[in-house]
Design a protein around this ligand. Structure first.
Ligand SMILES: [Zn+2]
Length: 293
């Protein structure tokens, strides 16, 4: 089976993770820009972070045979420093033009403050103006109200619902999104959010259309192999290999293909060449480079 993880923060992960993901069949991923766990205080740190997403991290993934795409955006936790957020909004458009950038994200609500709502709406507008995807994080606290306000804001901004993926859904919030044309994202975590078994139950109840599954792995307790593990759980629950491929590979690529910067056709295996360098840096530490012919 081949898999695609549409939400994972690889900058926080190790080369072991890349090797294990490739071995488990993950051929591509999307890394949304997000919260670093530590407040950023200057626009320059956002510029360097976005440059790393489109540069070094994309190269690093290629060294393990994985295609790396990313989303650029201001995350909700950092939308409450209004002066800084305004500066960040000015640099986002030029990053949306870069190779491998497949939309705006992750955006949305954390505490549902006026600042969060303002920059959430402005970034939905950016995606609407460019006709590209927007990945929306739903809050962990007061999730139902946050999801309802998210869906109302999408209508107010007027972005096509097909361009929006509502992420971190669960048994309570997925039914709200089923009434819309938005795509449906689910994060499988070791303890919180959803388990593989709960995800399988949602797929049985609601079907596989527009359904997307990710690991959302980052610098916290998380598991970068949750997409293939969900595939195993689906097969164990009598879903077919075609169902698994649709939900865990085709759906997310078709969704992000609306950006024009990714397609099913281009998802050919990446030939690993570890003799390559990125700005004179290599992922190797004295090992013999792998070179695939
Ligand atoms: Zn995330």
């Amino acid at each position: 089976m081949r898999y695609f993880d549409p939400h994972i923060h690889m900058m926080s992960r190790t080369t072991d993770d890349y090797e294990n993901m490739a071995a488990a069949g993950i051929v591509g991923l999307v890394e949304p820009a997000f919260w670093q766990g530590q407040v950023r205080t200057q626009v320059g740190t956002f510029i360097d972070y976005f440059d790393t997403l489109v540069g070094w991290e994309r190269f690093r993934a290629s060294q393990f045979g994985i295609r790396h795409y990313c989303l650029i955006g201001l995350n909700p936790k950092e939308a409450n420093n209004i002066a800084l957020a305004e500066e960040v909004m000015k640099i986002i458009p030029r990053f949306l033009e870069k190779e491998g950038v497949v939309g705006v994200g992750e955006i949305g609500f954390d505490d549902m403050t006026p600042g969060e709502e303002r920059f959430f709406a402005e970034q939905l507008q950016l995606a609407k103006d460019r006709n590209i995807p927007a990945l929306v994080h739903t809050p962990h606290r007061d999730k139902k109200a946050g999801t309802e306000r998210t869906l109302a804001l999408i209508k107010e901004v007027g972005i096509a619902e097909e361009l929006v993926l509502i992420d971190h859904l669960n048994e309570v919030t997925l039914p709200l999104v089923m009434h819309t044309a938005c795509w449906r994202g689910h994060s499988i975590y070791p303890n919180t959010k959803l388990s593989e078994e709960r995800m399988v139950a949602l797929l049985k109840q609601y079907g596989t259309d527009k359904m997307v599954v990710n690991s959302a792995a980052d610098w916290g307790r998380s598991d970068p192999l949750k997409v293939p593990k969900t595939g195993q759980a689906m097969l164990a629950a009598a879903f077919t290999e075609a169902d698994v491929e649709k939900v865990l590979y085709t759906n997310p690529i078709v969704y992000f293909a609306q950006s024009g910067n990714i397609s099913l056709e281009e998802m050919q295996p990446v030939k690993i060449d570890q003799t390559k360098l990125w700005q004179e840096n290599s992922v190797l530490r004295g090992q013999s480079p792998v070179i695939e012919k």
